[in-house]
Design a protein around this ligand. Structure first.
Ligand code: ATP
Ligand code: MG
Length: 302
């Protein structure tokens, strides 16, 4: 247990520089995508060991979350293509019980989804109490891709009268409201922006082209989106500045080194679960009596 406490303290200290709870002072240029908090390339094996310890602790906390069945946790992942969303989700959640975890990937909205308000498809897929829900892209796309491509907004069925220059601030306000509502209901929200550099994204795209086993991951649409890099960075910065709150912080995770970004994500998930002070359900006096009777019966019989 002492080990766990130590691990926990380490995790909490580790994530501090990447957590944004008040966006007012946030500037994206202050975060270096290549940051590794002093870890060097030769420390990679040590970082991998730390991740394995983190994954074990996370699994234990998730077991209590599930058993207690009161709190829920929503993790939103946002990033440019090839920043490592899929890999982070896979590695960080590798130890958790699949029954207690739900992953949803949000793509361009379908005709049915466009027939509703933008939150509808996300609200429908929120995690139940006792579970961890992961959004691989989320309602935040409505302030990112939709902002970078005004034609997407024009293609939605939002009444024209409501599309004014205030629309992004209105969306931020609504998102903040919904996240506050969720946290007041015991569904905590944590948001991750995996911040990869433009240079590293190019390297990863080239790798997808060069390596036959990675060819399937390459999409020319992704390469096209790269052309809007600066507009995306502006949209990300404005989004974080407007939606980072104490109850639903953003983690701006340096993502040029996958082994490092996974460590930050794991530590942040541990922090969120730890903040719930989870424990296994207490058994009532009546239940204890029932258990004692069951023991006697079992002992008597073969
Ligand atoms: P990967 O490429 O790693 O498999 P991905 O998350 O990029 O994962 P894709 O199917 O490539 O998945 O892309 C999903 C696309 O859907 C993204 O380009 C994203 O911007 C777009 N998208 C998501 N939500 C919306 C939205 N509300 N409106 C328009 N486009 C959206
Ligand atoms: Mg993609």
């Amino acid at each position: 247990m002492a080990d766990h406490d130590k691990l926990l303290q380490r995790a909490l200290k580790f994530i501090k520089p990447y957590r944004v709870t008040d966006g007012k002072k946030f500037r994206l240029k202050d975060v270096d995508p290549g940051d590794t908090a002093g870890f060097k390339a030769e420390d990679k094996p040590r970082a991998k060991e730390a991740l394995a310890d983190g994954v074990t602790l996370l699994a234990e906390l998730q077991d209590k979350l599930y058993a207690q069945d009161q709190w829920g946790l929503l993790l939103n992942f946002q990033a440019m293509d090839a920043a490592g969303k899929d890999g982070s989700i896979k590695h960080v959640m590798s130890g958790v019980n699949p029954q207690g975890c739900q992953v949803y990937s949000f793509k361009a909205p379908s005709a049915e989804e466009l027939d509703h308000d933008f939150m509808w498809r996300c609200l429908k897929n929120l995690p139940e109490r006792g579970r961890i829900g992961i959004f691989n892209r989320s309602y935040y796309e409505e302030t990112l891709v939709v902002r970078v491509h005004p034609e997407y907004l024009a293609g939605q069925k939002v009444p024209k009268k409501l599309i004014t220059k205030r629309i992004w601030n209105e969306r931020f306000e609504d998102i903040r409201g919904i996240e506050r509502y969720l946290s007041r209901n015991g569904i905590l929200v944590r948001k991750f922006f995996l911040h990869v550099s433009k240079k590293e994204q190019k390297r990863r795209f080239m790798e997808r082209l060069d390596n036959p086993e990675k060819n399937w991951k390459f999409s020319s649409a992704d390469a096209k989106e790269r052309g809007y890099w600066d507009a995306y960075m502006e949209a990300y910065e404005d989004m974080i500045r407007n939606t980072a709150t104490p109850e639903a912080p953003w983690y701006v995770v340096p993502a040029d080194n996958k082994w490092f970004s996974r460590l930050v994500v794991a530590a942040a998930v541990i922090e969120a679960l730890d903040s719930m002070s989870l424990h296994y359900p207490q058994v009532s006096e009546a239940k204890l009596k029932e258990l004692e009777i069951a023991r006697k019966i079992l002992e008597k019989k073969e």
